[in-house]
Design a protein around this ligand. Structure first.
Ligand code: ASP
Length: 328
């Protein structure tokens, strides 16, 4: 018999090269505390009978507002020295309702815009980007900020270090775009720092919602759009199978439609959540794609596989009501 754990929330703070030896315990604790706080905020909504979409939004806002994670306040810089944010959200109901946004510079919490798009009965579109998305957000009364709000010393240093590294390696001017992501024979690219935040929840009514938000990766090309705002790639939700939020090398997540692939394996092959999610991440590893997913099904089973050295992640559910957070 299948366990039914009831309302459950699983979150991610990003996957990547996280080395235990170079990561002091007190620094690790800061990340774990921030993950637990995000779990508590979302779970409070679920446990009071609130909806999964409100829970994932609240969890993601908490991570977007925390400068430790690469989303919202802690977003990385593009090669041109800007912060370009993106996000998406999806409900597991039969209509597959979703909202997504990209190329944002002035919206404090991109996940709020994604949710607003999803819920707005007058909005016919799933996906809005750039200036028009920002105008729409303003018209809906969302919190707008000056682009300088997203500046943090740490991210700027990573941006400058990346530029410097690029200069010293002869033929390239910067970190990322010299690689052809379509060619698996290219040397492995480690977008350092990686990151992206995400949350997936199932509520008391068995409705699943998934949300993902990111700054992309350090020194991405200006105008680059990753997997995070792309439904089926970085985010997916289907009450009959699962909800998924991805983090990792977005070019792979796009080309292998990672989030939807987990759900499709459950739907067409009859795999359980754990089998489907771990197989997809293992398959990704075989083709050179780095990353992981957090996922859950309507029973509150949780999967958090990753093929990198670490992934900030955690879950909480009614069986003990305690936030569980992990890095390695
Ligand atoms: N998936 C994100 C992107 O490619 C980055 C990440 O999750 O680390 O934009």
């Amino acid at each position: 018999m299948t366990n039914n754990y009831g309302p459950t929330l699983v979150i991610s703070g990003g996957a990547g090269t996280i080395e235990r030896d170079n990561f002091p315990a007190e620094e690790q604790q800061k990340y774990l505390d921030a993950l637990k706080e995000s779990l508590r905020v979302g779970y409070k909504i679920l446990i009071e009978g609130g909806s999964s979409i409100d829970a994932v939004e609240a969890s993601v806002i908490s991570l977007e507002d925390c400068p430790l994670f690469n989303a919202g306040k802690g977003s990385v810089f593009t090669i041109g020295g800007k912060n370009e944010l993106e996000s998406s959200i999806m409900l597991g109901i039969p209509s597959h309702t979703a909202g997504a946004c990209t190329l944002l510079h002035t919206i404090k919490n991109p996940i709020v815009l994604a949710k607003t798009l999803l819920l707005d009965p007058e909005n016919p579109h799933v996906f809005l980007g750039g200036i028009e998305a920002e105008k729409y957000a303003k018209s809906k009364g969302l919190e707008m900020v000056d682009p300088s709000y997203f500046f943090t010393e740490q991210r700027w240093k990573q941006h400058m270090d990346g530029l410097e590294k690029g200069k010293s390696s002869e033929n390239i001017g910067y970190d990322a775009p010299q690689l052809n992501f379509n060619d698996a024979s290219q040397p492995e690219f480690d977008p350092s720092p990686m990151g992206t935040v995400g949350a997936v929840a199932v509520d008391v009514n068995g409705i699943i919602a998934a949300a993902t938000s990111t700054g992309g990766f350090n020194n991405k090309k200006d105008g680059r759009i990753g997997d995070t705002p792309l439904i089926a790639c970085g985010t997916w939700a289907d009450n009959d199978t699962c909800g998924v939020s991805g983090t990792g090398n977005g070019e792979y997540f796009i080309r292998f439609s990672v989030a939807r692939d987990v759900s499709a394996r459950m739907q067409y092959l009859g795999e359980n959540l754990h089998e489907a999610a771990t197989t997809v991440i293992e398959n990704l590893r075989k083709v050179g794609g780095n990353g992981g997913v957090v996922a859950l099904d309507k029973y509150g089973n949780v999967a958090m596989p990753f093929n990198t050295s670490g992934m900030y992640r955690g879950y909480i559910r009614t069986s003990d009501g305690i936030p569980h957070a992990y890095i390695f």
